[in-house]
Design a protein around this ligand. Structure first.
Ligand SMILES: Cc1ncc(COP(=O)(O)O)c(C=O)c1O
Length: 357
């Protein structure tokens, strides 16, 4: 049976990227050596890093005065790396759920954290809109897409102080204005690669804003100066990321994927809104294009386990919601085909017909 992968991350990747990776495991770019055994210092692998950097630059229209590097440690490592570098006095954070809470906790090791807005009052089902950004703070921190709650910033916000964004779960899903951010980073294991690599896009002036002496691996300058090669970078995920970026370009770039993502999300949200057995959890204006969260409608809560079993039997994978929200979550990343969303919609309709008979 065909499987439809809606996992939140690691998640579905383009078949073309998987095929290239499978081939490279046996023979990396005609070198006669496996990608898993090749030195990261070879010119062939250095070319992969250069290609991935240049594709990110091209696809996101990254201005000249930004650097791009790749490191291990996951997005969670950046939760403390970034404040270690930039938090000297006070930093402003907008709290939109688990991932910002974790970032706030780590930032407190380095200075004062001013949580200028939070959506915790409604279990993080919306993006706060009313807040004042303190001009004396070192930076403003946001999470652009909240993987667990299915909420997303719909535009790039203006900030008078350096803006840092965790874009782990919506990078490359919509066009962004990179020039509004000082740092954009994320774990690549959702829209770009298998787990193991973190991307960082950093504006040049931030390199001079490092507020304290730091161990080499923590200092952002190390990774920029050594072009992602200070230590052994995650070779395999970087290779797959490069193949995924080539795929994104072949699809027509981020602009074309955004159009497709809007269509896929509309299809599923329309069904959630229409189907009497389900209801959405995120506020309408903040609904994520990537992580679509829903629960059983009032009075039908006890059907949740049955629907999950019903959907699983029809090939749906990874649709169980995060334990903090419950219900269901369909992650519709770039590489999730429209047919998968159609299959889930058909499954919800079939379940409704069966129950209302
Ligand atoms: C928005 C967001 N930030 C950070 C993380 C943590 O990433 P990592 O597991 O790479 O540390 C996740 C993981 O799902 C996430 O969704």
């Amino acid at each position: 049976m065909k499987k439809h992968n809606f996992s939140a991350g690691p998640s579905v990747l383009p078949e073309e990227a998987l095929e290239a990776a499978a081939k490279a495991i046996f023979d990396f770019n005609g070198t006669g050596i496996s990608l898993l055994s090749i030195s990261h210092r070879t010119k062939e692998f250095e070319a992969v890093v250069a290609s991935a950097q240049s594709l990110i630059r091209e696809l996101l229209h990254v201005p000249e005065n930004y650097h791009i590097y790749f490191v291990g440690g996951g997005a969670s490592t950046q939760f403390f790396h970034l404040p270690a570098n930039f938090l000297g006095g006070k930093a402003a954070y907008i709290n939109t759920g688990v991932w910002t809470k974790k970032a706030i906790k780590e930032a407190k090791h380095y200075g004062e954290v001013d949580v200028i807005a939070s959506s915790e009052d409604k279990n993080f089902n919306y993006i706060p809109k009313n807040y004042t950004i303190p001009e004396d703070a070192d930076y403003l921190y946001i999470c652009s897409n909240n993987t667990i709650y299915g909420t997303e910033y719909k535009c790039d916000i203006d900030s008078p102080i350096p803006l840092i964004a965790d874009m782990s779960s919506n990078i490359m899903s919509r066009p962004i204005d990179v020039s509004k951010y000082a740092v954009i980073y994320g774990g690549a294991q959702k829209n770009l690669a298998p787990a193991g690599v973190t991307f960082v896009i950093i504006r040049d002036d931030m390199l001079q804003r490092v507020v304290r002496p730091l161990p080499s691996m923590v200092d952002v300058n190390t990774h920029v100066t050594n072009n992602s090669m200070f230590n052994t970078p995650p070779v395999f995920p970087i290779f797959v990321m490069n193949e995924t970026l080539k795929w994104i370009k072949a699809q027509g770039g981020v602009e074309a994927l955004y159009k497709r993502n809007v269509e896929k999300a509309e299809l599923l949200y329309n069904e959630i809104d229409r189907n009497s057995l389900f209801r959405p959890t995120a506020a309408k204006e903040d609904r994520s294009l990537m992580n679509i969260c829903f629960v059983m409608s009032e009075g039908n809560e006890d059907l949740a386990a049955e629907f999950l079993e019903f959907a699983t039997a029809r090939g749906m994978v990874g649709v169980k919601g995060h334990r903090l929200v419950g219900g269901f979550r369909a992650s519709c990343y770039n590489a999730c085909p429209r047919e998968s969303v159609e299959a889930l919609v058909a499954c919800m309709q079939e379940f409704e017909e069966m129950k209302l008979k």
